[in-house]
Write a protein that binds this ligand. Structure first.
Ligand code: SAH
Length: 377
């Protein structure tokens, strides 16, 4: 195809396009504006640009600007003529969320307040370790699951993010650091419940693995969930593209878990672990169980032993997260001695276990603190 004017192409694209918009009317509105290319995996950018009237190889050039150079503005793409830049800009846009604020922790992690097209704020955290980095991203604005120990739940669900808004958080953070990391891990552990926004999260997980895009391996991507069982199966259906899984377990009895995490009434521990037992695990793959330690609630030696029993037979490892105090919540962080005793007791059951102290607590970036606060703490 030559680089002529655009013709009736958009119907073609719309079939693959899954914006946050859900009603027909909203989708038509999206059509009236421009499509965010980040909603499509980079392997589809050839089709997108040829539908806009450019030769399809221009799609690869575009992907190289965006994913290799961190350039998002067509007018800065010097191997495209001004005419082509304008042709693209008529119909398409590469729009990662914009940085509105950046908080840098004493431990060098950074919390970003990012603004998406409709003005909502999302939050993402960049955590460097030597030359590597872990990027913690949000899947929704707020969260509907109301876990008693987590501040994000207090925001309620504002809305789900589109695939492009999710992938865009990664791009925006990578473009913002002086030296890109030698190895990038992405964890869906920011605001929101990823599996409550499964379609967009699955599209984002695929886009992150696209070789013309960020090209991350499944081993570098972790989706963390409260345990929505049907959506967990959908994620598992990605097969070789399935990301690593992390499960927020946080308790060893249904009584306590339902108290802490109301969703447990719908998917109790046995149902959740049963679904995990049905999965096929890849070589060296392990599933992480996150366990927020709450003094006097879930940190007894009985809990530690039950945890070992529950996880037996699964390729499991446990991350103990000492509770990060968040305003107006009644819980307590156990003493360092109690944390260490719990860790040893779990280890004795034969399960690998680490204590994960959250980073960025001084800038409101630690687990459970993400509320899009526009001040540091
Ligand atoms: N909704 C998903 C993704 C968020 S991950 C999920 O729950 O898995 C956020 C992690 O931080 C979860 O494992 C959660 O249990 C943990 N967390 C929440 N509030 C916390 C707090 N105040 N202190 C420590 N960890 C917390």
């Amino acid at each position: 195809m030559g680089e002529g004017p655009a013709t009736g192409w958009i119907a073609l694209l719309i079939a693959d396009y899954s914006p946050a918009a859900t009603t027909r009317f909203e989708i038509m509105n999206e059509r009236a504006t421009r499509m965010n290319l980040l909603d499509l995996p980079a392997c589809q950018w050839r089709d997108a640009v040829s539908a806009a009237g450019l030769d399809s190889y221009r799609g690869d050039q575009l992907a190289s600007w965006v994913f290799r150079q961190g350039v998002f503005d067509f007018s800065a793409m010097t191997n495209l003529s001004v005419a082509m830049q304008e042709q693209l800009a008529d119909l398409l846009v590469v729009q990662p969320p914009a940085i509105t604020q950046r908080f840098v922790s004493a431990d060098h992690s950074r919390r970003y307040l990012l603004q998406v097209a409709d003005g909502e704020l999302v939050e993402a955290v960049y955590m460097p370790t030597g030359s590597r980095a872990t990027l913690c991203i949000s899947s929704q604005v707020g969260c509907r699951f109301a876990c008693t120990f987590c501040q994000t739940g207090r925001l309620k669900l504002q809305r789900s993010l589109s695939a492009g808004e999710i992938v865009g958080q990664v791009l925006r953070m990578l473009a913002d650091v002086d030296t890109p990391p030698t190895r990038t891990n992405v964890v869906f552990m920011g605001q929101g419940e990823p599996l409550d926004n499964a379609a967009a999260v699955i599209a984002a997980v695929q886009a992150l693995q696209d070789e013309r895009g960020p090209g991350l391996s499944w081993r570098r991507i972790t989706v963390s969930t409260v345990g929505l069982v049907p959506e967990l199966r959908k994620l598992a259906a990605l097969g070789a593209q399935r990301p690593r899984l992390a499960i927020s377990l946080n308790a060893t009895t249904d009584e306590v878990r339902s108290e802490l995490m109301p969703i447990n009434r719908k998917y109790p521990i046995a149902t959740l672990l049963g679904a995990l037992r049905e999965l096929t695990w890849r070589r060296r793959e392990r599933v992480t169980f996150e366990y927020v330690l709450l003094g006097g609630v879930n940190d007894s030696s009985d809990d530690a032993r039950r945890l070992g029993r529950l996880l037996r037979g699964l390729p499991a490892k446990v991350n103990l997260i000492p509770w990060n105090p968040v305003a107006t919540m009644e819980h307590q962080r156990p003493s360092p001695e109690a944390i260490e005793a719990f860790r040893r007791e779990v280890l004795r059951t034969g399960i690998d276990v680490l204590v994960r102290y959250s980073r960025g607590a001084d800038i409101g970036a630690a687990c459970g603190q993400l509320t899009a606060a526009s001040s540091a703490g």
